[in-house]
Unconditional design. Structure first.
Length: 382
């Protein structure tokens, strides 16, 4: 199948789990035109098709299969506050958790870094990116420690997190916009969702509910989203988002229609400081959203001052990936496998180059197929 056929078949498969939000799905299709990095983020279903075909020596080794993040990429990381109010950084999206070789997460992470760099016109090789990620991964295998943001403002992670918080007034104005996010009554929510929301609030909290129309992450764009909001006082709110949770795209490829989401299982086993507001239910994932839940964006251009900190960020991403993988495999096994792989030349960089090239090719096919959006004057917007 080419990427057009795959997208149609995957979205048809998804429709058995929820009724897609058509405008959001159309927006997703438009955004997939933008660049190959955006395309990668939106098309994990295409990755699971292409990965075994183009990296067979890595993909077909059953002994390496563990519970992986699956849809791992450089913008799949963020911060949260734990039950002790410490700021924790790590992977924050596990929607596509599934059984894949540990090398898939590593290669996908490196591929995303390559494509993000290319989009920002930053010249870097796969060898360089893979070296930084693998350094962090090996450190993570030895340490097995979650990443807590240090109070020292001069650490690389603390410096990367500076100025990443949204303006609170603008954030809540956008989220509370009734025209864009209409209010719904509790009985009008999907069955059981009000009880799920209330379980994460103090008893007798007065909540308002909204159908959230603002787009979320690219991979899940098109799924229904709802929010519950408690007004603490004027201008101060406590909010949760619920989004439809479906099985990983891997199960679409394997025609395992009845396979459940593996998100909760992965979270239970990974080396991780839990986010107390991140709750996985049967068909819904609930998490807190707030203007101070920061996210590190990748450097946007060659003159971006954050570029100097990119090696440290890639190492941290490698370290956190090890934290996830240690939930399934022992340190000894993963270290032994890395030594075996290192006997071959450029196994990691070669696979990354290969998957980056095929993703660019897929993106070109999609961009040619998908018509450009139109602005108010009827001119194409590209």
């Amino acid at each position: 199948m080419n990427t057009i056929e795959s997208t149609k078949k995957y979205e048809r498969w998804l429709s058995q789990f929820f009724a897609p939000v058509a405008p959001d799905l159309h927006r997703k299709h438009e955004q997939m035109r933008e660049d190959s990095f955006t395309f990668l983020r939106a098309t994990f279903y295409r990755w699971v098709e292409q990965w075994p075909e183009h990296c067979p020596q890595l993909a077909k080794r059953d002994e390496d299969v563990l519970l992986a993040v699956g849809d791992l990429h450089v913008e799949n990381f963020g911060v949260w506050r734990d039950s002790r109010e410490r700021l924790v950084w790590g992977v924050n999206d596990f929607d596509d958790a599934c059984e894949l070789p540990f090398t898939s997460d590593l290669v996908r992470l490196a591929t995303s870094a390559m494509l993000a760099a290319s989009t920002a016109s930053i010249d870097v090789t796969a060898d360089t990116i893979c070296a930084f990620i693998l350094q962090g991964y090996r450190i993570g295998l030895r340490k097995g420690t979650p990443i807590v943001v240090s109070a020292d403002a001069n650490t690389p992670l603390a410096r990367l997190l500076r100025n990443t918080q949204e303006d609170a007034e603008g954030f809540w104005r956008k989220k509370l916009d009734l025209e864009k996010n209409p209010e719904v009554d509790g009985p009008d929510l999907p069955k059981g969702l009000e009880d799920m929301f209330r379980a994460s609030y103090r008893s007798r909290a007065r909540l308002s509910f909204r159908r959230q129309k603002a787009p979320g992450g690219l991979g899940s764009l098109g799924r229904r989203r709802f929010t519950a909001i408690e007004t603490i006082r004027r201008g101060v709110y406590d909010a949760r988002e619920a989004k439809a949770l479906v099985p990983s795209a891997l199960y679409w490829l394997r025609a395992q229609d009845r396979m459940a989401s593996q998100t909760a299982t992965l979270l239970q086993h990974a080396i991780r400081i839990p986010d107390p507001y991140y709750q996985v239910h049967d068909r819904w994932l609930i998490r807190q959203f707030a203007p101070d839940i920061a996210k590190i964006e990748m450097p946007a251009h060659r003159d971006d001052k954050r570029l100097a900190l990119a090696p440290a960020l890639l190492r941290l991403m490698g370290l956190e990936t090890a934290n996830i993988h240690l939930g399934s495999f022992s340190r000894e096994y993963l270290e032994t496998r890395l030594k075996e792989l290192d006997r071959g030349k450029r196994w990691f960089a070669t696979a990354t180059d290969q998957m980056a090239a095929i993703t660019r090719k897929d993106h070109a096919t999609w961009a040619k197929h998908q018509p450009a959006a139109k602005n108010a004057t009827g001119s194409a917007v590209v």
